[in-house]
Design a protein around this ligand. Structure first.
Ligand code: FES
Length: 176
């Protein structure tokens, strides 16, 4: 019985997930809940969101605004005011390397170094031709498939440096 009840609760929780099924929104839900959806916890929540996503995009800001019942303009205003937050990068493609503990011990640091070298940029930067932005995050909720990298919003697991380089080569990075 208990197991069944647990299953139902779990199912309910799953149903409440962001429609994209992206687990990172779940981490955001937990943070908002832990802060009792208090509007004055906005900065802390934005911080957590940036850790999970690597940067703040409109979809995420909207999700937070809804959760805290704040106007999007207010959330957007706070996110742009503080330099510690970065908004959606400007590159045509985006690559977010997870540097959380699980990923780091499985070699995401090397993956990041290889990408930086290939694209001739550092984390947080966009290539000169605007083709790719390279970002980092701290735990994107995919520890089971560490090291994880998000290529254009799609989470890839057990990524080696070679695979990551192949992926960005397809975007035309570092070919010339
Ligand atoms: S540490 Fe990378 S997904 Fe959790």
């Amino acid at each position: 019985m208990v197991a069944n009840a647990e299953k139902v609760t779990q199912k309910k929780a799953e149903q409440k997930q962001h429609p994209s099924g992206d687990k990172r929104f779940k981490a955001l839900d937990i943070t908002m809940k832990r802060n009792q959806y208090r509007q004055d916890a906005l900065i802390e929540i934005l911080h957590k969101a940036q850790e999970a996503f690597g940067y703040l995009e409109e979809d995420v800001l909207l999700y937070i605004a809804r959760g805290l019942k704040l106007p999007l303009s207010r959330v957007y205003g706070v996110a742009t005011f503080y330099h510690l937050f970065s908004l959606k990068p400007s590159g045509a493609h985006s690559c977010v390397v997870c540097l959380g503990t699980a990923c780091y011990v499985k070699g995401s640091g090397e993956v990041l170094a290889a990408l930086e070298k290939k694209a001739c940029i550092h984390q947080g930067e966009t290539t000169e031709d605007g083709q790719m932005s390279l970002m980092t995050a701290r735990c994107i909720g995919a520890c089971g498939i560490a090291p994880a990298v998000v290529f254009d919003g799609e989470v890839a697991g057990k990524v080696t440096a070679e695979q990551a380089l192949e992926r960005i080569e397809k975007w035309g990075i570092g070919n010339g």
